[in-house]
Design a protein around this ligand. Structure first.
Ligand SMILES: [Zn+2]
Length: 284
């Protein structure tokens, strides 16, 4: 009996020490994120530039708190890269690793005050194209994450890095990038015909359409359609074809003609649009 209790204690100690390690070590990160001023890491095979926290004082935040937020931001990016790497097809992921960098810095802006007397810091997460520095036409892409505090506290959606990598794939690897005619055409038809009662983010433009459909298909989206179960067959085919390496959109024929009379995908009244405080989350 006594022996049994010792085993339980031993197991408990073992489990807790693993828990401590899990807390301290950020998995699959090459480079020490705890090293002071560390700026360059490899996370899940992606190059990630992580700039130090800004040294000037924000009301109510100490340097230690800001440093802590920086580490939490690294952990969050790591977790989200894991999601993207495990769900997106492997060949495109390997291609993206060679052409996309992630860049994180502590550029925060004053946001609207939600509570009087409290400083709100806002940031941005977005994808942009980088011009090649070696004189070739080979474009590169950058995912920028601005303001550690904002990224840690204002972005609850776990697929934001996946969403940005979908922009990168669209821009860098799909023929004609964001101008791809088939994606544009399919976007216009979908915006006109699908989920007419929803103000989904994918209705912004063809780029957001592709990124959000990729999220719905491989992971989940905050908006309708939340998962592949609710996606139209045509949009599933589009995502599947576009995420081949190289993309196979030649045989894809966008939806055309008038909208179907009664969409089987329309939602019941219980499926309300969630207020996601868009004002605080910059376009991505
Ligand atoms: Zn976006």
């Amino acid at each position: 009996m006594k022996k049994g209790r010792q085993w339980i204690v031993a197991c408990f100690v073992l489990v807790s020490s693993f828990a401590v390690f899990a807390e301290v070590i950020v998995p699959n990160v090459v480079g020490d994120p705890y090293e002071e001023g560390r700026e360059y890491l490899t996370i899940e095979g992606f190059k990630v530039y992580v700039l130090p926290v800004q040294q000037y004082s924000w009301r109510g935040y100490t340097l230690e708190q800001r440093e802590d937020e920086r580490l939490r931001a690294i952990r969050k990016v790591t977790a989200q890269l894991k999601v993207a790497v495990s769900l997106l097809p492997p060949d495109p992921i390997n291609e993206l690793r060679t052409r996309v960098i992630l860049y994180m810095d502590d550029t925060c802006e004053y946001g609207n005050e939600r509570t009087i007397g409290k400083t709100v810091r806002t940031g941005k997460v977005y994808y942009s194209t980088l011009a090649s520095t070696d004189g070739s036409n080979r474009k590169l892409g950058q995912v920028t994450i601005r303001c550690y505090s904002s990224f840690v506290h204002e972005y609850p959606y776990k697929g934001i890095v996946l969403h940005e990598l979908a922009h990168a794939w669209h821009d860098l690897f799909v023929p004609n990038g964001f101008e791809n005619y088939k994606i544009k055409t399919q976007y216009k038809w979908s915006k006109e015909c699908l989920h007419p009662q929803q103000k989904s983010y994918w209705k912004t433009n063809a780029g957001e359409f592709f990124a959000e459909m990729s999220c719905s298909f491989f992971f989940r989206s905050r908006d309708v359609p939340h998962t592949d179960m609710a996606m139209s067959e045509k949009n599933k085919t589009l995502v599947r074809s576009a995420w081949q390496d190289p993309p196979k959109l030649d045989e894809f024929h966008p939806s055309a003609g008038s909208c179907p009379d009664e969409s089987p995908l329309s939602l019941n009244e219980g499926d309300e649009i969630i207020d996601r405080k868009r004002g605080f989350i910059a376009a991505h």
